[in-house]
Design a protein around this ligand. Sequence first.
Ligand SMILES: *[C@@H]1O[C@H](CO)[C@@H](O)[C@H](O)[C@H]1NC(C)=O
Ligand SMILES: *[C@@H]1O[C@H](CO)[C@@H](O)[C@H](O)[C@H]1NC(C)=O
Length: 283
Amino acid sequence: MRSFLLLLPLWGLWAGVGASDFRICAFNVQVFGESKSKNVEVMKTLVKIIARCDVCVLQEVRDSKNKAVPKLMAELNKYYRASPYESVSSESLGRSAYQEQYVFVYRTATAAVVGQYQYPDNLPWSPDAFAREPFVVKFSAPSTASSADRHSPPTGGRIKTFVLIPVHTSPENATIEIDALYDVFTAVRRKWSNESVMLLGDFNADCSYLPKKNRKNVRLLTDARFNWLIGDDRDTTVRESTDCAYDRIVVEGNTFPRHIVPGSAEPFLFPAAYGLTEAQAKY
Ligand SMILES: *[C@@H]1O[C@H](CO)[C@@H](O)[C@H](O)[C@H]1NC(C)=O
Ligand SMILES: *[C@@H]1O[C@H](CO)[C@@H](O)[C@H](O)[C@H]1NC(C)=O
Protein backbone atom coordinates (compact mmCIF):
# COMPACT_ATOMS: atom_id res chain seq x y z
CA MET A 1 0.00 0.00 0.00
CA ARG A 2 1.20 3.48 -0.69
CA SER A 3 -0.33 5.43 2.15
CA PHE A 4 -1.30 5.07 5.74
CA LEU A 5 -4.95 4.93 6.61
CA LEU A 6 -6.32 8.41 7.19
CA LEU A 7 -8.57 8.28 10.18
CA LEU A 8 -10.92 10.93 11.52
CA PRO A 9 -12.89 10.20 14.70
CA LEU A 10 -16.02 12.29 15.10
CA TRP A 11 -17.78 12.70 18.38
CA GLY A 12 -21.56 12.67 18.79
CA LEU A 13 -22.18 12.82 15.07
CA TRP A 14 -25.66 11.43 15.33
CA ALA A 15 -27.64 10.18 18.24
CA GLY A 16 -28.09 6.68 16.81
CA VAL A 17 -24.41 6.07 17.49
CA GLY A 18 -24.48 7.52 20.97
CA ALA A 19 -21.57 9.60 22.12
CA SER A 20 -18.96 7.16 20.88
CA ASP A 21 -16.59 7.83 18.07
CA PHE A 22 -17.77 7.61 14.52
CA ARG A 23 -14.80 7.12 12.28
CA ILE A 24 -14.43 8.28 8.72
CA CYS A 25 -11.40 6.97 6.84
CA ALA A 26 -9.67 7.26 3.52
CA PHE A 27 -7.27 4.69 2.17
CA ASN A 28 -5.36 4.37 -1.07
CA VAL A 29 -5.20 0.59 -1.55
CA GLN A 30 -2.82 0.96 -4.48
CA VAL A 31 -4.06 -1.21 -7.30
CA PHE A 32 -6.58 -3.29 -5.47
CA GLY A 33 -7.77 -5.93 -7.90
CA GLU A 34 -7.89 -9.65 -8.37
CA SER A 35 -4.23 -10.28 -7.77
CA LYS A 36 -4.11 -8.44 -4.45
CA SER A 37 -7.37 -10.05 -3.36
CA LYS A 38 -5.75 -13.48 -3.72
CA ASN A 39 -3.05 -12.61 -1.20
CA VAL A 40 -4.24 -13.90 2.17
CA GLU A 41 -1.95 -11.69 4.26
CA VAL A 42 -2.87 -8.54 2.36
CA MET A 43 -6.55 -9.32 2.75
CA LYS A 44 -6.13 -9.86 6.49
CA THR A 45 -4.45 -6.49 6.83
CA LEU A 46 -7.07 -4.78 4.72
CA VAL A 47 -9.89 -6.26 6.79
CA LYS A 48 -8.25 -5.03 10.01
CA ILE A 49 -7.72 -1.59 8.53
CA ILE A 50 -11.28 -1.17 7.26
CA ALA A 51 -12.76 -2.53 10.47
CA ARG A 52 -11.35 0.51 12.28
CA CYS A 53 -13.78 2.67 10.31
CA ASP A 54 -17.51 3.29 10.10
CA VAL A 55 -17.11 4.69 6.61
CA CYS A 56 -13.95 4.07 4.59
CA VAL A 57 -13.27 5.51 1.15
CA LEU A 58 -11.01 3.18 -0.80
CA GLN A 59 -9.14 4.61 -3.75
CA GLU A 60 -7.18 3.03 -6.56
CA VAL A 61 -9.49 0.04 -6.77
CA ARG A 62 -9.09 -1.72 -10.11
CA ASP A 63 -11.79 -4.34 -10.15
CA SER A 64 -13.63 -4.06 -13.46
CA LYS A 65 -14.63 -7.75 -13.29
CA ASN A 66 -16.13 -7.10 -9.87
CA LYS A 67 -14.36 -9.95 -8.09
CA ALA A 68 -11.95 -8.33 -5.65
CA VAL A 69 -14.42 -6.05 -3.88
CA PRO A 70 -17.04 -8.78 -3.25
CA LYS A 71 -14.24 -10.97 -1.91
CA LEU A 72 -13.08 -8.20 0.40
CA MET A 73 -16.64 -7.66 1.63
CA ALA A 74 -17.08 -11.39 2.26
CA GLU A 75 -13.83 -11.50 4.28
CA LEU A 76 -14.80 -8.43 6.24
CA ASN A 77 -18.24 -9.77 7.06
CA LYS A 78 -16.86 -13.15 8.06
CA TYR A 79 -15.13 -11.46 10.96
CA TYR A 80 -17.70 -8.78 11.67
CA ARG A 81 -20.90 -10.76 11.21
CA ALA A 82 -22.62 -9.05 14.11
CA SER A 83 -22.11 -5.67 12.52
CA PRO A 84 -21.91 -6.19 8.76
CA TYR A 85 -20.46 -3.86 6.19
CA GLU A 86 -21.80 -2.93 2.79
CA SER A 87 -20.15 -1.12 -0.09
CA VAL A 88 -20.99 1.20 -2.94
CA SER A 89 -18.63 1.58 -5.90
CA SER A 90 -18.22 4.09 -8.68
CA GLU A 91 -17.86 3.10 -12.29
CA SER A 92 -14.32 2.62 -13.55
CA LEU A 93 -12.99 6.13 -14.11
CA GLY A 94 -10.04 7.29 -16.18
CA ARG A 95 -8.88 9.01 -19.33
CA SER A 96 -7.29 5.96 -20.85
CA ALA A 97 -7.38 2.19 -20.53
CA TYR A 98 -5.98 2.74 -17.04
CA GLN A 99 -9.03 3.13 -14.81
CA GLU A 100 -9.79 3.21 -11.14
CA GLN A 101 -12.86 3.05 -8.95
CA TYR A 102 -13.81 4.75 -5.71
CA VAL A 103 -15.35 2.32 -3.24
CA PHE A 104 -17.10 3.32 -0.02
CA VAL A 105 -17.24 0.60 2.62
CA TYR A 106 -19.56 1.37 5.53
CA ARG A 107 -20.84 -0.30 8.67
CA THR A 108 -24.60 -0.75 8.29
CA ALA A 109 -25.20 -0.38 12.02
CA THR A 110 -23.89 3.19 11.95
CA ALA A 111 -24.26 4.55 8.43
CA ALA A 112 -26.61 4.30 5.46
CA VAL A 113 -26.21 5.56 1.90
CA VAL A 114 -28.95 8.03 1.03
CA GLY A 115 -27.59 9.60 -2.16
CA GLN A 116 -25.00 9.21 -4.90
CA TYR A 117 -23.66 11.68 -7.43
CA GLN A 118 -21.05 11.04 -10.07
CA TYR A 119 -19.48 14.44 -10.75
CA PRO A 120 -19.71 14.86 -14.56
CA ASP A 121 -16.44 16.81 -14.92
CA ASN A 122 -17.82 18.73 -17.90
CA LEU A 123 -18.61 22.16 -16.47
CA PRO A 124 -17.95 24.95 -19.00
CA TRP A 125 -15.48 26.62 -16.61
CA SER A 126 -13.89 23.36 -15.50
CA PRO A 127 -14.07 20.76 -18.27
CA ASP A 128 -12.28 17.45 -17.77
CA ALA A 129 -10.22 18.57 -14.81
CA PHE A 130 -9.97 15.16 -13.20
CA ALA A 131 -8.29 11.94 -14.14
CA ARG A 132 -10.82 10.23 -11.87
CA GLU A 133 -13.75 12.51 -11.24
CA PRO A 134 -15.14 12.31 -7.70
CA PHE A 135 -17.95 9.87 -6.96
CA VAL A 136 -19.86 11.66 -4.22
CA VAL A 137 -21.91 9.82 -1.61
CA LYS A 138 -24.34 11.11 0.99
CA PHE A 139 -24.73 9.24 4.28
CA SER A 140 -27.21 9.30 7.12
CA ALA A 141 -27.73 7.32 10.28
CA PRO A 142 -29.34 3.99 9.31
CA SER A 143 -33.10 3.82 9.32
CA THR A 144 -32.88 0.97 11.81
CA ALA A 145 -31.66 3.41 14.43
CA SER A 146 -34.73 4.44 16.38
CA SER A 147 -36.15 7.73 15.23
CA ALA A 148 -36.46 8.77 18.86
CA ASP A 149 -32.68 8.53 19.04
CA ARG A 150 -32.04 10.33 15.82
CA HIS A 151 -34.23 13.27 16.65
CA SER A 152 -33.27 13.64 20.27
CA PRO A 153 -32.60 17.24 21.23
CA PRO A 154 -29.39 18.40 19.62
CA THR A 155 -26.46 19.24 21.81
CA GLY A 156 -24.51 21.68 19.72
CA GLY A 157 -26.30 20.58 16.56
CA ARG A 158 -26.12 16.97 15.47
CA ILE A 159 -25.45 16.10 11.87
CA LYS A 160 -28.33 14.20 10.27
CA THR A 161 -26.62 13.57 6.98
CA PHE A 162 -23.25 14.34 5.48
CA VAL A 163 -21.59 14.19 2.10
CA LEU A 164 -18.17 12.74 1.27
CA ILE A 165 -16.26 13.87 -1.82
CA PRO A 166 -13.38 11.50 -2.52
CA VAL A 167 -10.51 12.10 -4.88
CA HIS A 168 -7.38 10.37 -6.06
CA THR A 169 -5.64 13.01 -8.14
CA SER A 170 -3.09 12.31 -10.82
CA PRO A 171 0.26 13.49 -9.42
CA GLU A 172 1.23 15.48 -12.52
CA ASN A 173 -2.01 17.51 -12.44
CA ALA A 174 -2.47 17.64 -8.68
CA THR A 175 -2.65 21.46 -8.45
CA ILE A 176 -5.39 21.72 -11.10
CA GLU A 177 -7.37 18.82 -9.66
CA ILE A 178 -7.22 20.02 -6.05
CA ASP A 179 -8.34 23.46 -7.21
CA ALA A 180 -11.19 21.89 -9.23
CA LEU A 181 -12.46 20.21 -6.06
CA TYR A 182 -13.89 23.64 -5.33
CA ASP A 183 -16.12 23.25 -8.41
CA VAL A 184 -17.16 19.81 -7.22
CA PHE A 185 -18.02 21.30 -3.86
CA THR A 186 -20.13 23.99 -5.55
CA ALA A 187 -21.95 21.41 -7.67
CA VAL A 188 -22.63 19.29 -4.59
CA ARG A 189 -23.96 22.34 -2.74
CA ARG A 190 -26.29 23.03 -5.63
CA LYS A 191 -27.56 19.46 -5.59
CA TRP A 192 -27.80 19.07 -1.83
CA SER A 193 -28.02 22.40 -0.06
CA ASN A 194 -27.01 22.75 3.56
CA GLU A 195 -25.15 19.47 3.79
CA SER A 196 -22.01 18.98 5.83
CA VAL A 197 -19.32 18.27 3.27
CA MET A 198 -15.97 16.56 3.65
CA LEU A 199 -13.38 16.11 0.91
CA LEU A 200 -10.88 13.34 1.42
CA GLY A 201 -8.42 11.04 -0.25
CA ASP A 202 -5.06 10.94 -1.94
CA PHE A 203 -4.82 14.55 -3.10
CA ASN A 204 -1.07 14.29 -3.85
CA ALA A 205 -1.11 17.61 -2.02
CA ASP A 206 2.53 17.97 -1.10
CA CYS A 207 6.18 17.79 -2.11
CA SER A 208 6.83 18.18 -5.84
CA TYR A 209 3.19 17.53 -6.81
CA LEU A 210 1.86 20.62 -5.03
CA PRO A 211 4.78 23.03 -4.82
CA LYS A 212 4.48 26.04 -2.49
CA LYS A 213 4.35 28.48 -5.43
CA ASN A 214 1.18 26.79 -6.75
CA ARG A 215 -0.78 27.05 -3.56
CA LYS A 216 -2.13 30.55 -4.12
CA ASN A 217 -3.98 29.09 -7.14
CA VAL A 218 -5.84 26.49 -5.13
CA ARG A 219 -9.24 27.80 -4.02
CA LEU A 220 -9.57 25.00 -1.51
CA LEU A 221 -6.57 26.57 0.24
CA THR A 222 -7.25 30.27 -0.29
CA ASP A 223 -10.93 30.17 0.74
CA ALA A 224 -10.98 30.29 4.53
CA ARG A 225 -14.22 28.30 4.72
CA PHE A 226 -12.19 25.16 4.11
CA ASN A 227 -10.44 23.57 7.00
CA TRP A 228 -7.51 21.26 6.21
CA LEU A 229 -7.34 18.69 8.98
CA ILE A 230 -4.13 16.93 7.98
CA GLY A 231 -1.32 19.48 8.11
CA ASP A 232 1.60 19.88 5.71
CA ASP A 233 3.95 18.58 8.37
CA ARG A 234 2.38 15.12 8.41
CA ASP A 235 3.77 12.12 6.58
CA THR A 236 1.02 9.98 5.09
CA THR A 237 3.28 7.74 3.01
CA VAL A 238 4.32 4.21 3.86
CA ARG A 239 7.71 4.59 2.18
CA GLU A 240 10.24 5.51 4.84
CA SER A 241 12.32 7.59 2.44
CA THR A 242 9.44 9.98 1.65
CA ASP A 243 7.91 12.50 4.00
CA CYS A 244 4.87 13.98 2.25
CA ALA A 245 1.31 14.80 3.30
CA TYR A 246 -0.29 13.50 0.11
CA ASP A 247 -3.47 12.28 1.77
CA ARG A 248 -5.79 14.87 3.18
CA ILE A 249 -9.11 15.52 4.82
CA VAL A 250 -10.78 18.89 4.27
CA VAL A 251 -14.07 20.02 5.79
CA GLU A 252 -16.19 23.02 4.97
CA GLY A 253 -18.06 25.19 7.46
CA ASN A 254 -18.53 24.82 11.17
CA THR A 255 -20.69 21.75 11.50
CA PHE A 256 -18.13 19.02 11.09
CA PRO A 257 -15.48 20.80 13.16
CA ARG A 258 -17.88 20.90 16.13
CA HIS A 259 -17.73 17.10 16.16
CA ILE A 260 -13.99 16.78 15.77
CA VAL A 261 -11.67 16.43 18.70
CA PRO A 262 -8.96 18.97 17.76
CA GLY A 263 -5.92 17.29 16.29
CA SER A 264 -7.60 13.89 16.12
CA ALA A 265 -7.35 13.47 12.33
CA GLU A 266 -4.41 11.14 11.98
CA PRO A 267 -2.58 8.92 9.58
CA PHE A 268 -2.93 5.49 11.23
CA LEU A 269 0.49 3.84 11.05
CA PHE A 270 -0.79 0.35 10.28
CA PRO A 271 2.62 -1.22 9.50
CA ALA A 272 3.81 -0.52 13.05
CA ALA A 273 0.44 -1.41 14.59
CA TYR A 274 0.30 -4.73 12.76
CA GLY A 275 4.02 -5.56 12.88
CA LEU A 276 4.61 -5.31 9.13
CA THR A 277 7.92 -4.51 7.49
CA GLU A 278 8.04 -1.66 5.00
CA ALA A 279 8.19 -4.20 2.18
CA GLN A 280 5.10 -6.03 3.45
CA ALA A 281 3.21 -2.79 3.99
CA LYS A 282 4.06 -1.52 0.52
CA TYR A 283 2.93 -4.69 -1.24
C1 LIG B 1 -3.00 16.17 -17.13
O1 LIG B 1 -3.78 17.20 -17.76
C2 LIG B 1 -3.64 17.26 -19.17
C3 LIG B 1 -4.42 18.47 -19.64
O2 LIG B 1 -5.76 18.38 -19.25
C4 LIG B 1 -4.12 15.96 -19.79
O3 LIG B 1 -3.97 15.98 -21.19
C5 LIG B 1 -3.34 14.80 -19.20
O4 LIG B 1 -3.87 13.58 -19.69
C6 LIG B 1 -3.42 14.82 -17.68
N1 LIG B 1 -2.62 13.76 -17.11
C7 LIG B 1 -3.16 12.69 -16.51
C8 LIG B 1 -2.19 11.69 -15.96
O5 LIG B 1 -4.35 12.55 -16.35
C1 LIG C 1 -30.35 26.07 5.05
O1 LIG C 1 -29.93 26.61 6.28
C2 LIG C 1 -30.41 27.93 6.51
C3 LIG C 1 -29.76 28.46 7.77
O2 LIG C 1 -29.70 27.49 8.79
C4 LIG C 1 -31.93 27.87 6.60
O3 LIG C 1 -32.45 29.17 6.81
C5 LIG C 1 -32.49 27.29 5.30
O4 LIG C 1 -33.88 27.13 5.41
C6 LIG C 1 -31.86 25.95 5.00
N1 LIG C 1 -32.28 25.50 3.69
C7 LIG C 1 -32.66 24.24 3.44
C8 LIG C 1 -33.05 23.95 2.02
O5 LIG C 1 -32.72 23.38 4.29
